[in-house]
Ligand binder design. Structure first.
Ligand SMILES: *Cc1c(COP(=O)(O)O)cnc(C)c1O
Length: 416
């Protein structure tokens, strides 16, 4: 079962104070998760987590992670600016972009961020637009399918990211010629894996690649970036990833492959987003309408603009009616108010018989939740609230207002 990190009574106080819908984050859970990750990789003295900013781009959240010793992984100009403003030093910023605009490479260079090149062609491009830095990383794509045991986890051959092995080795040769001194590799081969075997299997591939790089170029890699992809179980039951087991699995691969090859100094980096934040966010919404036609619809005041994953991927997000912990149930579609029929948080879901005014929480929205929001139907982005460790709640982003929506329009001044 999924248990919300906040009690019904405390949430009722918050919904009295902050109009729904809003995203609510749990500082205590975020800190505990960051500590568990660091504990799991404590065996590697150079370990560093670069939190994927795109998952939850709010300064209050990034500050918490910074205090816990995390860096940031950016992939755009504004993510870089935010990270700079928050005081992340260059070596605490990974720039794992793709199809990268010249000005983004230039800003990354200015900040001293570690650039993770997505394409072989980027060697020449980076040289031309920003110059080759001393520290550089290359992103690997082995092609084919990524399998764990008998199950296909993802299809790297269809992914736009990364370079082939031959390209990567050639890129390192050229980068070294051009003055680079410190090298790393990176790969993200499967998304939202719920398996303790993903990171260890990925690590084995990348560690073997590190040995090949050493043999064919003489380059001893400084770091290996396992990137994101360790997921969470969005379903209410079934297994969860165990980061301690994952850390030990990576350690085993390290001792099997890197240490004997004389690469026992390699630092392990991660760029987790979802695993760090998803369980520590709830989308809080109220039932505003109930409609019976061929189905029963629960209309809520949130819509797909506040949480796109169900509409975009058909993703499951568990829903709890905070006001009806038990009692009779019914089968409903939980819907937002967009003029778009995929605007459904749940389809034919069994939920307690709900009434208008009930508070629902949609679980596991702390990563790739608010940040994937948009403004279709001129719906506005919601606020974000942080439930602090001390139990206080603090607004860390206000809801958008109509004037925010109008602000970028020319020839339309709403005030006049
Ligand atoms: C999205 C992304 C991540 C984070 O992925 P999660 O699934 O949230 O862990 C890390 N690195 C890169 C390059 C990404 O694009």
């Amino acid at each position: 079962m999924k248990t919300p990190f906040i009690s019904r009574e405390r949430l009722a106080e918050l919904t009295a104070q902050f109009p729904t819908p809003f995203h609510l984050y749990d500082e205590k859970g975020i800190r505990a998760r960051a500590r568990a990750l660091h504990e799991a990789f404590a065996w590697n003295s150079g370990f560093k987590e670069y939190f994927a900013v795109k998952a939850t781009p709010n300064p209050a959240i990034l500050k918490i992670l910074k205090e816990e010793g995390c860096g940031v992984d950016c992939a755009s100009y504004v993510e870089l600016l935010m990270s700079q403003k928050l005081g992340f030093a260059g070596n605490k910023i990974m720039f794992s972009s793709n199809n990268t605009p010249a000005e983004e490479f230039r800003l990354a260079r200015e900040l001293g961020a570690t650039i993770n090149l997505d394409a072989y062609e980027d060697v020449a491009f980076l040289k031309e637009v920003a110059g080759i830095p001393k520290v550089i990383s290359c992103r690997y794509n082995p092609g084919g399918v990524f399998e764990l045991g008998t199950s296909i986890m993802d299809h790297p051959e269809e992914a736009k990211f990364g370079m082939t092995k031959a390209q990567l080795i050639q890129a390192f040769k050229e980068l070294k010629e051009l003055g680079a001194e410190t090298f790393g590799i990176h790969a993200l081969l499967a998304s939202n894996t719920v398996s303790n075997d993903y990171y260890p299997a990925l690590a084995r591939q990348l560690f073997e690649l590190a040995v090949e790089v050493l043999e064919s170029t003489g380059i001893k890699l400084d770091f290996i970036n396992l990137s994101g992809g360790v997921g969470v179980n969005y379903q209410p039951d079934g297994e969860e990833n165990d980061i301690a087991v994952i850390g030990q699995g990576v350690r085993q691969a390290y001792e099997d492959i890197l240490t004997p090859a004389g690469l026992g100094q390699v630092k392990i980096f991660t760029e987790l987003g979802r695993f760090m934040l998803a369980p520590f966010g709830l989308l809080v919404t109220k039932v505003t309408h109930k409609k019976h036609t061929y189905r029963t619809y629960l209309g809520v005041d949130a819509s797909a603009v506040n949480l796109l994953r169900p509409a975009m991927y058909g993703a499951y997000h568990h829903i709890t009616n905070m006001d009806r912990p038990e009692g009779p149930t019914e089968i409903v579609d939980v819907v937002g108010s967009l003029c778009e029929n995929n605007d459904k948080f749940a389809i034919q879901r069994e939920l307690p018989v709900s009434q208008i005014g009930d508070t629902l929480v949609i679980h596991d929205t702390g990563a790739h939740g608010f940040s994937m929001g948009y403004q279709y139907n001129a719906k506005l982005r919601s606020s974000e609230i942080l439930l602090e460790e001390n139990g206080q709640a603090r607004m860390i982003r206000r809801a958008e207002r109509p004037e925010d929506y109008f602000a970028t329009l020319y020839g339309f001044d709403f005030e006049k």
